[in-house]
Design a protein around this ligand. Structure first.
Ligand code: F6P
Length: 527
């Protein structure tokens, strides 16, 4: 019902370019800075009045009350009866767990320092999937902007054996440290990869107890696997997998890049937490980002959000956000059990400028297109200032082009003027302008946010990830969802286990296993 009102409102929202003219204070209101992060929401197609309506809805949904519950450690993950305390890992909120967190941070730092100093390992193999993989991989790439990984870091995630084979290729087992990261220590992919790596170590007479660590909430399983109890790092049930890079899940990062960098990332996230906790809603970066996303989804009706980092070192941002956003808010039923309506959009994207030569055609002229989060790093950290300027110029040009568009009149004018026609690559003499002009027209008025980081430092990265975490929280409140469970991943896991059993010789697909004809035929291909 509420979102019906948004749809009606949105139909009369002026074009973005016009909003700049109508709202003289737009730049002041729609740009927010938090430490090294600046978010510019001014190119969103949301008027001052629209934003007021969104803020009123946030109040009606008691966003501030939910935010208080989050930081207080109330069990807001109701379906699993758990608190949601990833901010406590950064030292903000969750006083009841502060002592445990601080002890774990000390343990991680001490272990990382000792391991780095020992020089015993050349390589770390980090085994995990989903939240036990995506955050560490994003961060490892980003840290590499300024730091060298020593020991080198390799990730094994997929149950596709290519993942473990590629990671182990060329490594010396005697000089390899293995870290198995799994909250449950029961995930099929991780278990199979951990078994494979344990066999690889064993074949080289390397003891599991000397080479393998676990980060888990289920230490019994880790110990049963053969890991020394002293080598188990605890992962608490109040940390969701997709919110866990700040915990011992980041141990491999602390070892490879140093506990200092890891700590600075946590501090950057803490600064964003404090901003989110304390800033008024209308000047609150995650709140504005969340509300703009709700507007784009429920007011303007967009079904996806493209995230385009103009930074190769952030190229894992979209896959990371796919889990963070879509596993958190990709849900159809609300906390009250009722239909929640359209919720999380599809999150996708790739690095700029590569994307410009692939899917940007669709962003500019496809229907319906998608809002974009552009993410750029202002400082050149690669030692090639000319490249860097070109990278930034492309980023800024794309958001301007999406907003501005190009009218049919402009296209026709270019064709009328000889010099302009040459510039615009005008068509062959005699081509039918009535047919060609619409094809060269850009509708424009396509919304985007531009996020800039002063430099890709650990603290800026921490703030960026925490920004998206809180944005997801805001949207979960607006859509009435529990953002912290993930029941939707279970059915496929159950069926995969059953099918694997059948492929291995349990009662076959022709037996009364309840499979449909298509699935039965697929199983037969392998059996
Ligand atoms: O299948 C989804 C999921 O449960 C994610 O939520 C989680 O991050 C991932 O699997 C890995 O789980 P675990 O850390 O328990 O291996």
């Amino acid at each position: 019902m509420t979102f019906e009102i948004f749809r009606t409102r949105a139909s009369s929202t002026p074009a973005i370019a016009e909003l700049f003219a109508r709202e003289p204070d737009r730049m002041d209101r729609m740009i927010v800075r938090v430490g090294p992060l600046r978010a510019d929401f001014s190119k969103q197609r949301v008027s001052e009045g629209d934003l007021s309506a969104l803020l009123a809805l946030a109040e009606a949904e008691d966003l501030e009350g939910w935010r208080t519950k989050l930081f207080a450690g109330d069990p807001i993950n109701e379906s699993e009866g758990r608190a949601v305390l990833h901010t406590a890992l950064r030292g903000v909120g969750g006083t009841t767990v502060a002592e445990d967190v601080s002890a774990m941070r000390d343990r991680i730092a001490a272990f990382a320092t000792k391991t780095r100093r020992s020089g015993r390992f050349d390589d770390i193999v980090h085994i995990g999937i989903g939240g036990s993989d995506l955050g560490p991989r994003l961060v490892a790439d980003a840290f590499a902007a300024t730091l060298e990984a020593k020991p080198r870091l390799h990730f094994v995630n997929n149950v596709d054996a290519a993942s473990v084979n590629d990671a182990l290729n060329g490594l010396d087992p005697a000089r390899t440290l293995v870290i198995v990261v799994s909250k449950s220590f029961g995930t099929q992919e991780t278990r199979m990869n951990a078994d494979a790596v344990r066999d690889w170590l064993g074949a080289a007479q390397c003891e599991t107890a000397d080479h393998v660590l676990a980060v888990t909430a289920n230490s019994d399983r880790a110990v049963a696997f053969g890991i020394d109890p002293d080598n188990v790092f605890e992962f608490w049930d109040w940390v969701g997998g997709r919110y866990s890079v700040w915990s011992a899940v980041g141990l491999s990062l602390a070892i490879a890049y140093g506990p200092g960098a890891f700590g600075r990332m946590l501090d950057g996230a803490a600064a964003m937490d404090e901003h989110f906790r304390d800033a008024p809603l209308a000047r609150n970066m995650p709140v504005l980002m969340g509300l703009v996303g709700v507007w784009n989804r429920n007011g303007l009706g967009y079904g996806s959000l493209a995230v385009i980092p103009y930074s190769r070192r952030l190229r894992k941002l979209a896959p990371f956000l796919q889990q963070l956003e879509m596993e958190s808010n990709g849900k159809g039923a609300g906390r009250d059990g009722a239909d929640a309506g359209p919720t999380c959009p599809v999150i996708w994207g790739d690095e700029g400028t590569n994307g410009q030569h692939a899917f940007f055609q669709w962003l500019h002229q496809g229907v319906p297109g998608a809002p974009v989060d552009f993410v750029a790093v202002l400082e050149d950290q690669e030692g090639r200032p000319a490249h860097h300027l070109a990278l930034l110029a492309n980023c800024f040009a794309q958001s301007e082009a999406l907003m501005r568009g190009k009218s049919e009149a402009e296209v026709r004018a270019e064709h009328a003027d000889g010099a302009g026609a040459a510039r615009a690559g005008a068509d062959r003499a005699g081509a039918d302008l009535d047919r060609i002009a619409p094809q060269k027209t850009f509708p424009g008025n396509r919304p985007s946010t531009t996020l800039t980081l002063d430099a890709l430092t650990p603290d800026a990265l921490g703030a960026l990830i925490a920004l998206y975490e809180h944005k997801v929280f805001v949207q979960g409140v607006m859509w009435g969802l529990n953002s912290f469970d993930q029941w939707g991943v279970e059915l496929g896991k159950v069926l995969a286990t059953a099918i694997l059993g059948e492929m291995e010789g349990a009662p076959g697909p022709d037996d009364a296993a309840g499979h449909d004809p298509s699935t039965r035929a697929l199983i037969k291909l392998v059996r």
